[in-house]
Design a protein around this ligand. Sequence first.
Ligand code: PRP
Ligand code: URA
Length: 208
Amino acid sequence: MHIHVVNHPLVQHKLSLLRAAEISTNKFRMLTDELARLLAYEATRDLPLEPVTIDGWCGPVDVQQIKGKKMTVVPILRAGIGMLNGVLDLVPSAKISVVGLARNEETLQPEPYFEKFVGDLDDRLALIIDPMLATGGSLVATIDMLKRKGCKEIKAIVMVAAPEGVKLVNEAHPDVQIYAASLDSHLNEHGYIIPGLGDAGDKIFGTR
Ligand code: PRP
Ligand code: URA
């Protein structure tokens, strides 16, 4: 499976706090933001570097800089917005592409309602962000859209993944690496991740 579960103690501790049933909107939002930052740190670990010589205080210095890799962060609306600031803290110059998908509560199929991509997708690494990877339908649909627009390199960051969703994404897009704080047990009959977090979008936006 192309899933990297980030076992860093800070990630696991913050995830444990997120799972509390009675968590406030404010706390859920704060922890989502912090987790997004830590997961983005892991997901960008293998960005290529190149040697560069700069003018340092005592003359030329050989340093390493990220090799011209441009990025687009792709939040899946709504819940992905909750992870956006955390990721942008690490890659402040990244352009943002937005995908709006709502999962139909009966069919569990993602229904697209918005898309706005940056122009030069063929030249960028896309970093999709969404707190929950459940059936995988939303992530597969987003990757399909990005690839149709010419995007060649895609990674996904989620807080919690279900094995069913990871399997679907791996089968449809084996080239896409997924970074998660947890690979949970399974989906329940309503397509919710168990133990999961409940409805992450509702908790981030305070609409539950
Ligand atoms: C949730 C979640 C993912 C999707 C995951 O969003 O944020 O986008 O469901 O489910 P899947 O893997 O089965 O497709 P939802 O559609 O509930 O919308 P929201 O972000 O507006 O709350
Ligand atoms: N969307 C969520 O917000 N939570 C789940 O468990 C599944 C889909």
